[in-house]
Design a protein around this ligand. Sequence first.
Ligand code: DHB
Length: 570
Amino acid sequence: MNSRRYAKVAVKVACSAALALFGASTALAKTAPAARLQVDPKAFTLVHVTLDGKPLALRRYEAVYVRKPVAMAANQPARRMGPGGSPAAADKQVLANPLAYQSLYVFVPEGAKADAAIILNVNNGGWFASELRAGIRDGGSYQSTSNTDKVGAALAAGYVYVDVGTRGRGIVAADGTYPGHAPAAVIDTKAAIRWLRLNDAALPGSAERIVVTGTSGGGGLTAVIAASGDSPDFLPELARIGAAGISRTGKSTLSDAVFAAIAYCPITDLGHADLAYEWLYGPVRSAGGTRGNTGGGQWMPAQMAASARLAAGYPAYLDSLHLKLADGRALTAATMRDAIGAQVIAEVEHHIAQGGTVPARGEPFNIAIPRMFGGSMQITRANDWVTVSGGKVTDFDLGAFLTFVAAITPLKPVPAFDRSHNSGNTGIDGENTLFGAADQAWSNFTPYGWEANDVAGDGSGADDAGLAWKGWITHRGQPLARQLRMIDPFSYLGAEAKARVAPYWYVRHGMIDRDTAFPVEIALSRAIAGDSAVKELDFALPWMTPHSGDYDVQSAYRWLKKVISESGSW
Ligand code: DHB
């Protein structure tokens, strides 16, 4: 979803989470949690829903999934921007339940089998913390044939459905520190997976069939979880919060690997996403073909200079990944544009094969864009980038296509993710509050952002640290390097990485999604495909889809059913 729409959704989520928790049983008391992590199979709440109009009962279990949850401040600061760019008042929340960042719900449909898949929903859009919220509501009605109702699809397939709350950026602990910095969301999700493994025999569903799924920040979290199974990197933090399956000596006695990932528009590789963004979109900015964020309709010279510097860093970074295209050629700056084009062309032809139409050159596309306050808005944009004939693309102009994308949703400012000027940078459009020491609200996390930061006293940047990036990141900034590594699937994908990578991946990034640039997603897809543990990757840039998720539920759940049946004993 785009950032403006996100603000509205975030408010809704915050309110509904609070309501859900007030309405929930007292099992999640505000007092000390149970030290035990074992579930009591008899301690559930019955939930009644309808699936395709027929009644269905589910058992709902609630649990704090760590022995030592982090004590949270009761009053949480506003952490997202509301309409108009000021903090949304409704988002300044008093926590209904301070344990909700390290709790989960397990929904077990009547008749679910011991070997059923477990859908594990990570809900942390924006890499923000996600207070636990119930994806399945008593009295809810769900449809198995809808393309947007993943609950309906999961229940119809007999899967167990899990919602997990995790720490993430934007939250404050009782001691005033920031417990949601990277890699907290990854640690918590792994702890939840370990809880599911610990309790595997006690509940229906198989922890050997965990399918992690999420959108945007949640897609990024999904990707790193699926890439980093059982990596020892995470053990010290898992031990610190009392996760299941960590021995007294810090050894792992349970796995946190997962079977599959269903990831939508993953916001990932944050350490390099600014480079990819400018490498791809810099020429669109220079052509002035899209609005700037300065109100003047043009990008400021300083932004253009920053864009050029960032773009220049991308080719060497991409080379350093040593990725290969499906045809065996190296994925480099020289082949990346073709790789993006091939993916878009494949999607255009897929759209036609499905019965869709493509306007002639000069004729308009009619595109539905979700609105900030619900519903959608029809926009029209002329086709100046693709010609089709007989179901095939006969001419394609990538430059014009990128200008088209940026004309639908204005590009992010420069840099897209690591804002050099941090003041007020608490909104969704910059990721700085994901990084920094525990007592530091935010940090820059890239060489450019670090060196361009001139906000004296914010504790970040060469101006405060007295060290240029290289000196910083290799010495006192080592914890930051670790934060970047531990939220990044690229750190774990690839033959030499020590992790148990999920064998099955379904990854989507909308064809008109500009929240991160296409090279990030293309590179991710090739890193996944190139990992020897991966048996299947289904990757696409869905037709005229903006930043969003769970829009092709039928396709995703058909895919899941197929890979489960072909997986044997993973
Ligand atoms: C999300 C969107 C962004 O543009 C971003 O930088 C991070 C996260 C999101 O929708 O989750």
